[in-house]
Ligand binder design. Structure first.
Ligand SMILES: CC(C)(COP(=O)(O)OP(=O)(O)OC[C@H]1O[C@@H](n2cnc3c(N)ncnc32)[C@H](O)[C@@H]1OP(=O)(O)O)[C@@H](O)C(=O)NCCC(=O)NCCS
Length: 404
């Protein structure tokens, strides 16, 4: 589910976005798009010197404003369709962009004596009809205007439509594009990942526009959507970077704190021992005493979630440009969640920074795992001589090597 912001309507930005979405769709990502027109409506109201009435955060829509919004929404839809058709054509695809009456509205009504007129709210999302279109391979495009069963058109908040649709569709992700890429902390630094329990402390530091997106993210996650991302609408490739790499440009919001990979510290020792002991017991890893671990802590990285050590890896330089990756371990309760892959990526990045070009790993039980990640098996004599001298023939580990 992607909320398209109108913060940057330049043709370059929009056509790149259409290309990225066409590419994601070609890769099998099922897409439902919802277009916001808020920025353009604000600009129109300012240009024409009109007064835009609000009650709390909601704009009150009268008939003349609804006409303007309908024109805008229709124009945006056609413009985006043109760009999407062009992107599909370039990629030799022919995915249809389908829009229709997938959302039913209801009037917001009178609140605290204020009549919201033609400002509405979501009454129902026809998730089955949307799923049918997605199953046929279409990309679905929603407006933030919808009719009530009585046939009256209402102006809905685009964030609300995105959130309700994401929940009704049990979407994996809600992507909220907008004016800025990331949430910021009290020092003005970008926050890359946020868990719901941290959200309330962070919200007051954000712009009003970001706050709207964060409330939408929170509601969606509480409603069962796994993750929400806030992204900068004008940043080239933001959506691809966020979804296809481990280091996105926006802020990722999840229900629980996300596991982070970082340099190990002394206070990780107990967690590390707890993680490594069972794997040492079955012979997957070489035994390290507490003293040895403490002495070598600077070589270790850990994956931590909410104070719990879920994984580890270590990097030992062996020779000029050559190092050994060791003690790669993941808590069995957390296996198959890409923690091992993230730790490997982290160690490879760290090694590159240190000018390492060749990584060795010695393993008894995980050779296939490393082979699937670009390592090849080599003979003992390929190890640097200082490591060969320490090779334990009884343990008989397989030796794997990767050029990074
Ligand atoms: C190997 C290990 C680090 C993988 O961690 P992980 O977080 O589960 O790995 P990822 O989630 O990134 O990858 C999961 C994939 O690897 C596969 N896999 C896991 N362990 C494997 C093994 N020992 N051999 C081959 N494949 C393995 C899984 O089946 C899964 O594949 P799939 O997605 O096709 O089902 C973890 O199983 C482990 O701690 N092993 C014991 C310690 C060890 O042997 N370390 C290596 C010596 S340094």
């Amino acid at each position: 589910m992607v909320l398209l912001s109108d913060a940057d309507r330049s043709e370059v930005t929009l056509s790149r976005l259409a290309e990225d979405l066409a590419l994601l769709n070609a890769l099998g990502v099922r897409l439902v798009l919802i277009q916001s027109t808020r920025k353009a409506i604000d600009a129109y109201i300012q240009e024409t010197g009109q007064h835009s009435a609000y009650h709390g955060p909601r704009r009150i829509t009268d008939e003349s404003l609804l006409d303007t919004i309908s024109d805008l929404a229709g124009r945006y839809r056609l413009e985006f369709r043109g760009l999407f058709v062009r992107a599909e054509h370039r990629n030799r695809g022919n995915t249809p962009l389908i829009s229709g009456s997938f959302v039913t509205a209801k009037p917001l009504g009178v609140h605290e004596g204020v009549d919201h007129k033609l400002t509405g709210s979501v009454r129902r999302v026809d998730s089955e009809a949307i799923q049918d279109q997605l199953n046929l391979g279409a990309v679905v495009y929603l407006d933030h205007l919808a009719h009530s069963p009585a046939g009256q058109l209402y102006n809905l908040a685009s964030e609300e439509v995105a959130t309700e649709a994401a929940m009704a569709l049990h979407a994996d992700k809600l992507i909220l594009m907008g004016e800025t890429a990331t949430c910021i902390d009290s020092d003005g630094q970008a926050i890359s990942e946020l868990a719901l329990p941290e959200l309330s402390a962070v919200v007051p530091m954000q712009t009003q526009e970001m706050q709207r997106r964060l409330y939408a993210a929170e509601r969606a996650i509480r409603g069962g959507v796994s993750r929400a991302h806030v992204l900068d609408a004008s940043s080239d490739g933001a959506i691809l970077t966020e979804l296809m790499t481990t280091s996105g440009t926006g802020t990722l919001i999840t229900a629980q704190p996300v596991a982070t990979v970082r340099q190990a510290r002394f206070d990780d020792l107990a967690g590390l021992l707890h993680l490594l002991a069972p794997l040492e017991a079955v012979g997957a890893l070489v035994h390290r005493s507490r003293e040895k671990l403490e002495a070598e802590i600077d070589h270790f990285s850990v994956c931590e979630q909410d104070g719990r050590i879920l994984g580890s890896s270590a990097l030992y330089p062996l020779d000029q440009g050559v190092a050994e990756l060791a003690a790669l371990a993941v808590d069995p309760d957390k296996s198959h969640q890409s923690i091992g892959s993230r730790l490997l990526q982290h160690i490879e990045a760290e090694a590159k920074e240190q000018g390492i070009h060749t990584l060795f790993v010695l393993t008894t039980l995980a050779s296939d795992w490393f082979k699937e990640r670009g390592f090849i098996q080599v003979a003992v004599d390929e190890l640097p001589s200082n490591r060969q001298a320490l090779y334990n023939y009884q343990r008989n580990s397989l030796i794997l090597k990767k050029q990074i």
